[in-house]
Structure formats: C-alpha cells, structure tokens
Design a protein around this ligand. Sequence first.
Ligand code: B16
Ligand code: MG
Length: 217
Amino acid sequence: KKTGFIFDLDGVIVDTAKYHYLAWRKLANELGFEFTQEQNELFKGVSRKRCLEILLEIGKIKASQEQFNRWLVEKNEDYLSLIEKMDASEILPDVQRVLKLLKKHNMPIALGSASKNARPILEKVNLMDYFDAIVDGTQVTKAKPDPEVFLLAAVQMGVNPKECVVFEDAVAGIEAANNAGMLSIGIGEEKVLSEAKFVFADFTEMDDNFLNRLLEQ
Ligand code: B16
Ligand code: MG
C-alpha cells in the first residue's frame, strides 16, 4: 500500500510570496494606494483573480472587465520578471531531504498548487524530476478550500485520497486537504494553521522518524 504525498508550492517548497507581494504592491501604488505585507497574508493560496478582487476592494476601486483583465496580465508580467532569476538556492530548508526520503521509499509525489506558474518555477529550481504528478492553477476550476486540486493529484498518482498526506502553508489549503479526507500537515505557525493535523515551522523541524511513520500509515 502506498501513501501519496502532495506538496503545495508557494510557502512550502519556495517562498514566492515575497515576489507576489512586490508585484501586487507595484500595481496598488500605480493605482494610488498602499498594500502592506500584512494584507498580503490574505493572498496566500488564493487564485490570481481572487487576489485582484481583494486588492481592488482594499483600494476601493471599481474596474471594468477589460481593465480588470489588463491588470491581471500586468501583475503577472511583473511577477514573471521578478522570478526570472530564481534558482535552486531559493528552495526552502530541508525540502530536498524530505523529497529524497520519499523517493527512496518509492512514494508517489505530487504538486497541488493554485499557481498558474507552478511548472516554470519547479523547472527553475530544478525539482521537476521528483514529481509524479503536477496539478496547478491551469487545471483546476475551484479554488482552495475546495478539495479539487488535491483530489485531482490523488487521481493522477493513482492513490486513494484517504491515503494521501498534504503539506500546506495556507489556511485555505489546510481546509482543502481536510475536505479531501487527507492528512493535513501545516508548514508555518500553529496558531494560524490550527485546523491542521500536525504543524511544523518548516521541514527542518520534521525528522525522518516522523516521515517514516507517515509512510506506514
Ligand atoms: P499565480 P500555492 C498560490 O500558490 C499563491 O499562494 C498565491 O499567493 C497566488 O496568488 C496563487 O498561487 C496564484 O498564483 O498568479 O502564479 O497563478 O500556494 O497554491 O502554491
Ligand atoms: Mg501556499
């Protein structure tokens, strides 16, 4: 029996949140208002479109459909230029140790991300080879906390959802994992990710014993 392991991207494998933040802040400033790092917390795990809706609510700005779509493109172009030079040095601590241990035990591994830029990012940081399945924002119609992204990852790995483990940094992502009937593991702060079955500050806190127990569950 195999356990499937699903990784979120932003905030779990790499910290792209800082680049998303810079791109959203640039747009906000152009539109004449401030966008704080604290407000950026609301954007984690949330789709690009929903992020822009929230940003415009913060700035109290009304937009036509055409303007809205133009700003979406503009933000993404800025984001893409910011992540252009990303490399393996931006992989978060001990991510490779965990991926290697799972690979050593032949466990299926999937990505479950809301980002439409997930593939190019995995390529830049050179982690593509670890993944048996990649489910991203180009394939799902319902955003986290809907379980769609993780259920699709389970299908693509050929594993029962009840036998999947999800690593997530966003509240909506933990909810999505729970809604999928999967074991949710929060990466971040315990008080924020209180709905998760287990929480670790980062992968350096998760030892091989814990991982080995997950393989056997
Ligand atoms: P994009 P994840 C999410 O990635 C980010 O957390 C979120 O801030 C972002 O808006 C979303 O991807 C969409 O990203 O604009 O690149 O399509 O955490 O689900 O890996
Ligand atoms: Mg995330």
